[in-house]
Ligand binder design. Structure first.
Ligand SMILES: [Zn+2]
Length: 405
C-alpha cells in the first residue's frame, strides 16, 4: 500500500510540482521499499533555499496557490522559518493522523480535550484541534491565557484529556502546587504530548503521571512532514504511522539502513500531503529502530524511547558520546526543577555546564548519578529559582555554543 501511494504521488509530482519534478526525473519506478533508497533525500536547507529563491512560498507546491487553506511555519530554531501550506485534502490528512494519535491513546468522542497552547503559526496543536474535531470529541481551546487561568479552566470544564508539551505539563504542575491545587484529583485522565521529546523519556513520563494522576502519551510530528508517530497503550515509545508515512532509520555515518536495535536518523516520506510533499526527508531526529513486534499487536515500526534527540546534539566528553536527553532523563528522576545544559568547547574539547534551580544536596546527587551512569563529569551550578527561562512550546534547555566542524 505504501508503494502504491508513493507511485501515485510521484506521478503527480512529476507533472505538477516544480520542486520535485526535476529531482524525480529519470528515476526508476519504485517496486519495493528498497528501491526507494535510490531516490535523493530532501534537506530542510533545500526547502529553505527554494523559498528564498522563489519567495514567498517556494516551488514545493503541487497545486495553484488558491487551492491552499492553511498557512503554518516552522519554529525557526534551525534557520529562517519554513512556510508550509496545506490544501483542504492535506489538512484533513493532518487531522486524520492526529485522530490516529487520539485513538491509539484510547481517547474517544466521549472525551473533552483541553489544548493548553497559544494558537499561533506553529502547526502542532492546530492539527490536534482538527483531529479532535474529526474524532467528535469536545475541543477546549486554552490559548491566550495565563497558566493559572488555564488550570482553572481545566477544572471548570471538567476536561478529561490534556494536550500540551511535556514541559508545559510540568509547568502547570509547578503553578498548581503554588496555588494549592491537587492535580492528581483533577478530571484529566490522559495527557498527550507533542512539540518536543519527553513523553517517551521514562523519568519525565512518570513525573507527569504522578502530578496529574493520569496516563501520559507521546506523539511526534514535524510541520514540514506531518503528525507521524503515536504512543500505543504500552507507552514505552512511539509507533510510526506507517499507513501515512514511509520511515527509514539511517546510520548518519554510512548512510545505510540500521539493523533492528540500533540507533540512527529518521528519514520520512509523507504519503498523504500531496500539496506539500516531502520525499526521504532528513528529520535530524535520532531514534532507535525497535522492530515491529509490540505487545499492543500493531505491526508499525516501533521506536523505543521515542525521539531520543537531535543527531547533531551529541556531545563527546573525553571520548564518551552523550545526548542531552540522557542527562535530562537523569535530572527528571531526581527533580522537576528548571535547568539548562550548555555545551561549549575548551582547548578543543567538548565541555558541559548544567545550571539548575536546585540546592546543594540535589546537585551533589545529580553529579554522582551523571558520573556513574553516563561516565562523564559535568560542571553543575546552582542558580536562583525563577532565573532560567520557562517554556510553553519547544523548550530550549540545551544550548550549543560549540564551534561546528
Ligand atoms: Zn504498540
Amino acid at each position: 500500500m505504501q508503494i502504491k501511494k508513493f507511485r501515485e504521488m510521484v506521478n503527480l509530482l512529476k507533472r505538477q510540482n516544480r520542486f520535485y519534478a526535476t529531482r524525480l526525473k529519470n528515476l526508476p519506478t519504485v517496486k519495493t521499499l528498497e528501491d526507494l533508497t535510490r531516490y535523493p533525500v530532501t534537506l530542510k536547507k533545500e526547502l529553505q533555499e527554494d523559498q528564498a529563491k522563489h519567495p514567498p512560498y517556494g516551488t514545493n507546491l503541487t497545486y495553484p496557490l488558491n487551492y491552499y487553506i492553511h498557512y503554518h511555519q516552522t519554529s525557526g530554531t534551525t534557520g529562517k522559518p519554513l512556510k508550509v501550506l496545506d490544501t483542504r485534502e492535506s489538512w484533513d490528512w493532518w487531522g486524520k493522523c492526529w485522530k490516529d494519535v487520539y485513538e491509539a491513546a484510547g481517547v474517544s468522542d466521549n472525551d473533552r480535550i483541553f489544548l493548553a497552547f497559544s494558537f499561533g503559526p506553529f502547526i502542532g496543536f492546530w492539527g490536534a484541534y482538527r483531529g479532535a474535531e474529526l474524532l467528535g470529541a469536545l475541543s477546549i481551546p486554552g490559548g491566550g491565557q495565563t497558566t493559572e487561568q488555564r488550570l482553572n479552566m481545566i477544572m471548570e470544564t471538567e476536561a478529561t484529556v490534556l494536550v500540551c508539551t511535556p514541559t508545559y505539563a510540568l509547568r502547570l504542575g509547578e503553578v498548581a502546587e503554588e496555588l494549592g491545587i491537587d492535580l492528581s484529583s483533577s478530571p484529566i485522565k490522559k495527557t498527550i504530548h507533542a512539540g518536543e521529546p519527553g513523553g517517551s523519556i521514562p523519568a519525565i513520563r512518570k513525573r507527569i503521571e504522578d502530578i496529574w494522576g493520569a496516563e501520559c502519551y507521546d506523539h511526534a510530528g514535524l510541520s514540514e512532514v506531518g503528525a507521524h508517530s503515536f504512543s500505543c497503550e504500552v507507552r514505552q515509545g512511539l509507533h510510526i504511522n506507517e499507513l501515512e508515512f514511509i520511515a527509514e532509520v539511517i546510520d548518519p555515518e554510512t548512510g545505510e539502513m540500521v539493523e533492528e536495535g540500533e540507533k540512527g536518523e529518521l528519514y520520512l516520506t509523507n504519503l498523504g500531503r500531496w500539496g506539500f510533499p516531502v520525499i526521504r526527508y532528513r528529520t535530524g531526529d535520532l531514534v532507535k529502530h525497535s522492530g515491529y513486534d509490540c505487545p499492543c499487536g500493531r505491526r508499525h515500526l516501533f521506536l523505543a524511547e521515542g525521539i531520543i534527540g537531535r543527531v547533531d546534539d551529541m556531545v563527546t566528553i573525553r571520548g564518551v558520546n552523550v545526548f542531552p536527553s540522557a542527562i535530562e532523563s537523569i535530572i527528571r528522576e531526581i527533580t522537576s526543577a528548571e535547568f539548562r545544559i550548555t555545551a561549549y568547547t575548551r582547548d578543543e574539547m567538548d565541555e558541559l555546564l548544567i545550571e539548575i534551580e536546585e540546592d546543594g544536596d540535589t546537585i551533589q546527587k545529580l553529579g554522582h548519578e551523571i558520573r556513574n551512569r553516563l561516565g562523564i563529569r559535568a560542571d553543575i551550578r546552582k542558580v536562583e529559582k525563577g532565573s532560567l527561562p520557562r517554556f510553553e512550546l519547544k523548550a530550549k534547555r540545551f544550548v550549543d555554543e560549540r564551534v561546528k566542524k
